[in-house]
Design a binder for this molecule. Structure first.
Ligand SMILES: NC(=O)c1ccc[n+]([C@@H]2O[C@H](COP(=O)([O-])OP(=O)(O)OC[C@H]3O[C@@H](n4cnc5c(N)ncnc54)[C@H](OP(=O)(O)O)[C@@H]3O)[C@@H](O)[C@H]2O)c1
Length: 288
């Protein structure tokens, strides 16, 4: 396992615990799932494509006990899929210790979710929050609800922009970060901790030509640039692993500690001013 010493120094065993990872078939989610398995957790990969989820399970089972890896269907662009997932999860497990929301889109191909929301905002913010609300009761007071937001949450605006580009992405993460902070502050003793993570920047399939509306040359150039100049997805996923298995309190933000939070080992940081201002208005804006 890469970063073995870091794992030894910063994380506790998750043996006997159950962890769900949305988007666990790819990129940061896949690397985080691997880290959680390494720490002894049973991991459920919650994914929209059965084929890609099974392929990921195959890769993980080459390294870890296959019975510790489960696959479940989840499409965050469809509220009925989110509700069905939560119901099914509740039937299979009375208790979940870690719920890691990692699935997300950037410049996606579709324009709207099944329920008519703009795609980026619908998946990254509204779908993610609907899922969190639906599974929260399974986590209990010692559970950790972990969200993957982004450094660009500080550039998010209150108004939904036209189109599915950078502004839509920044807004989706801004809404998500503000939700996490507001929920962390309103947490009662019987509810799970709410933790935000920023993975920094890393080369994953997020920019791939199959998933985005970018021109293929731009996607390839972007991927190569990020691969050369930013940290690996394994290192980016340490933010999520620390949030799941480190000494991290409710309301924390975990991000890479390098320049501008782009790369590096994870450390605790704070929500930006923009997000704090939005969070002060409460969580009602997520009632969709
Ligand atoms: N990479 C970065 O530099 C970076 C920076 C900041 C934040 N993030 C955040 O990190 C998270 C993981 O991204 P990544 O970079 O690892 O990209 P990735 O490799 O493309 O992973 C994204 C995951 O989300 C899943 N997903 C997308 N739409 C979904 C939907 N409607 N329902 C369920 N799952 C869906 C994808 O499934 P498929 O494989 O089926 O498409 C994939 O498993 C995202 O939330 C992203 O915004 C990434």
């Amino acid at each position: 396992m890469r970063y073995e010493k870091w794992y030894r120094d910063h994380t506790a065993s998750l043996k006997g615990q159950v962890a769900v990872v949305t988007g666990g078939n790819s990129g940061i989610g896949f690397c985080a799932a691997r880290g959680l398995l390494h720490l002894g957790a049973k991991v459920i990969l919650a994914c929209r494509s059965e084929a890609r989820a099974e392929a990921a399970r195959g890769r993980l089972s080459a390294e870890f006990d296959a019975v510790e890896i489960e696959v479940m269907h989840l499409d965050l662009a469809d509220f009925s899929s989110i509700d069905a997932f939560a119901e099914d999860l509740g039937k299979r497990y009375a208790k979940i210790e870690v719920f890691l929301h990692c699935a997300g889109v950037y410049y996606p191909r579709g324009t709207h979710t099944v329920d008519g929301l703009p795609m980026t905002e619908g998946v990254n913010a509204y779908g993610t929050v609907r899922l969190a609300r639906a599974v929260e009761h399974l986590l209990g007071e010692r559970g950790r609800m972990i969200f993957t937001t982004s450094l660009v949450d500080r550039f998010g605006r209150d108004k939904t922009p036209n189109g599915e580009g950078y502004a839509a992405y920044a807004r989706s993460k801004y809404l998500l970060s503000a939700y996490v902070l507001a929920r962390a502050e309103g947490r009662t003793a019987t509810e799970p901790s709410f933790i935000a993570t920023h993975p920094g920047i890393t080369a994953t399939a997020l920019l791939s030509p199959e998933k985005t509306t970018h021109k293929p040359w731009f996607s390839r150039f972007g991927h190569a640039f990020l691969y050369l100049f930013t940290h690996s997805p394994e290192k980016a996923a340490l933010t999520a692993v620390l949030a799941a298995a480190g000494e991290v309190p409710n309301g924390a933000v975990i991000a890479p500690r390098g320049l501008f939070g782009i790369s590096g080992y994870p450390h605790r940081t704070r929500f930006c001013k923009n997000v704090r201002r939005r969070a002060a208005r409460g969580v009602d804006f997520m009632e969709k």
